[in-house]
Write a protein that binds this ligand. Sequence first.
Ligand SMILES: C[S@@+](CC[C@H](N)C(=O)[O-])C[C@H]1O[C@@H](n2cnc3c(N)ncnc32)[C@H](O)[C@@H]1O
Length: 297
Amino acid sequence: MPFRAHSTVITMSAHKFTPWFSQYYTIKNSRNWRSWPIIRHLRGIGFRRIAPFGKGRQGPISVIRYYWADFLESYREDFRGRALEIGDTDTIRFYGGSKLTHAEAMDLSAHNVAVQVVADLTRADQVAGDQYDCFLLQFSTNVLYDIKSALYHAVRLLKPGGVLLTNFWTTDFYFHNGLDMGTGGPIYMHHWFTPIQVADMLHDLALAPTEYELRTYGNLLTKIAFLLNVPAREFVLQELDYVDPFQPLLVCVRVVKPINWRAPKPSYLEPLWLPTGKPQQLHPITGHFGNAYLSNH
Ligand SMILES: C[S@@+](CC[C@H](N)C(=O)[O-])C[C@H]1O[C@@H](n2cnc3c(N)ncnc32)[C@H](O)[C@@H]1O
């Protein structure tokens, strides 16, 4: 699952597993016994099921985070100068290291000390533009109802020549009453995306194809694995890295802000209806799956 338990809220999976961005190298460089033929075929027998493996327990890097780490690896150089991330600063610090002069997080509330910019990205008019060299907007686009305004502000905040790294995913576990991550209000899954839809939004932001890269990852097997909560370490690289354009799982985007970027500000949109049920709580063991499968299956 793309969400991960927040480090200040959740500690359970954190001590057993190194951060997902570090686990990427283990998957890439060594073969796990769980991906041996007999083991993975036995595991495959369990694919006929109605609840995710481990009742949604989180831990080793998911296939979707493996893909995102693969994309970020190609663009390590973009993490430099003044960098911004949504929610916390762990990922920009990992990739940027000493190349960063500032590492700041933006979120709806100051739920941890890294959040220096308290703002709604979809309404970020009060945040000055042209100030960041890098903006990492990861695993958040599907909860941003007014996604076009969010992307507009994401590009606006960058210095000319600055880089936006962001992702969009095509399917997921769906928290039907929203999810409270303790970050400033429940979030709701408004979108799952297609690559063509993402490209269209980039063009709407007055970006030409030379000003962005859009790369898709995933195939039928890894899409199913993601929904079944089967982590990346159970697959061999040929399975993980095979890209089937008919079965995209993750759409990764890198935008370089043009020097004379001028895009019209989109009209702001508000949801006309939101669920009235009690939102799911982020869970210490199952992350964004909450208790959806813990008691019933
Ligand atoms: C699912 S988390 C993803 C980021 C997390 N660091 C990760 O890597 O998984 C989504 C984050 O976006 C924040 N968020 C949701 N809506 C937002 C908005 N309109 N403006 C700014 N942040 C928002 C949430 O509070 C939460 O911290």
